[in-house]
Design a protein around this ligand. Structure first.
Ligand SMILES: Cc1ncc(COP(=O)(O)O)c(C=O)c1O
Length: 352
């Protein structure tokens, strides 16, 4: 999260809006918090270019994983089916949940190749209730660069790349994203829905899982995650002041280009995702020769980098470059990679 968001959040924990109360203790029904929720919901639609286009935004709890369940509950018709693209662990978790509701067609999967690319050339069944995809595969470092043109509602899990790049967001009917990557602290999940797709499943939906109930209650059907929503609002304001998604996209592209060009240039490293599907948020890469791992690990830790090991299902390394990460931080990693090359060359020279 951006430094200024940490500072403003810290201040609000001590004294929110000069109320002599902490954001952690105010009532979610207070006028000050209702204003926060309203502004956050409106700013989401503004930044995504979806204002006045029939969309509603919600801040819910339960994580993106609860949306794996809420989506079929609300959208899959009784006796109907849904279509899914299997591009990684999270997509496959969404598929598992959908199977509890009815026929779940997996239109394509890259599982056999350990999800190292985004499948292409698949057909989406026209009689499915919706098509679900995952825009960015956090673990595997792949990202969808385009989305299928479907007649049926298009649903997308954007947990790890929302607000990071310009997309025509109006092609989607439902977008969801856990706050904890590009928006705020863990605890809130953003859901953006085209209202017209709701109320058609023919299912009884428990109240807490019913998008229509949450919309009617203006995202306050029950006590919302007050602090995560407030911190998300601060991040959204930061993004707007920066110039919105087009401005952050330029910065994200600079970061991704910087790192991927080093991965491609440096003879010690190789990228693990197909080049055309590389994510600008999560860059996954490996050492050709694992015997250099101990030296590299010591070097990046000493440089102040944290969280670089890849997910156990991929191995190697994963550099997450979410919106708030400065270009300078990516440069630190690139410098360490270059330095490793120097060290290895010296070792090789000695050996020779
Ligand atoms: C793409 C994607 N979807 C879903 C999830 C699950 O999110 P949560 O932990 O909020 O349920 C994650 C978590 O990293 C993710 O990266």
């Amino acid at each position: 999260m951006p430094q200024e968001v940490f500072e403003k959040s810290a201040q609000a924990i001590l004294n929110f809006n000069n109320s002599d109360l902490s954001i952690l203790e105010i009532s979610h029904r207070s006028k000050d918090f209702i204003a926060v929720m309203d502004e956050a919901r409106a700013l989401v639609l503004e930044l995504l270019g979806l204002e006045g286009k029939g969309y509603q935004s919600l801040f819910l709890a339960g994580g993106a994983s609860l949306e794996f369940l809420m989506v079929p509950y609300n959208l899959m018709k009784v006796e109907g089916k849904a279509a899914y693209l299997d591009t990684g662990t999270w997509a496959s978790n969404a598929i598992k949940e959908a199977k509890h509701f009815g026929e779940t067609v997996v239109v394509a999967s890259s599982k056999e190749e350990n999800y190292n690319h985004i499948p292409k050339g698949y057909t989406v069944p026209a009689d499915a209730s919706y098509f679900h995809c995952t825009s960015n595969n956090t673990i595997f470092g792949t990202q969808m660069k385009s989305f299928p043109d479907t007649e049926i509602p298009l649903v997308c899990d954007m947990s790890s790349d929302i607000f990071s790049r310009t997309i025509d967001f109006s092609q989607f009917d439902l977008i969801y994203a856990g706050a904890q990557k590009n928006m705020g602290p863990a605890g809130a999940t953003l859901v953006v829905i085209k209202e017209a797709i709701l109320g058609k499943s023919g299912r009884y939906i428990p109240s807490m899982l019913d998008y229509e109930k949450h919309i009617k209650a203006e995202s306050m059907y029950n006590t919302p995650p007050v602090f995560p929503v407030y911190a998300s609002l601060l991040t959204l304001q930061w993004l707007k002041n920066l110039g919105g998604i087009p401005a952050i996209e330029k910065i994200n592209q600079v970061k991704a280009d910087l790192l991927y060009s080093e991965i491609d240039r440096n003879p010690l490293f190789k990228g693990s995702a197909a080049v055309e599907d590389r994510s600008i948020m999560n860059a996954t890469f490996l050492l050709y020769d694992e015997t250099h791992a101990a030296t590299f690990d010591t070097m990046w830790k000493e440089a102040g980098i944290s969280g670089l090991p890849g997910h156990r299902s991929v191995g190697g390394y994963r550099a997450s470059m979410y919106n708030a990460l400065p270009v300078e931080s990516v440069q630190v990693l690139v410098d360490v990679m270059k330095e490793l090359e120097v060290v290895v060359n010296k070792q090789n020279a000695v050996t020779v």
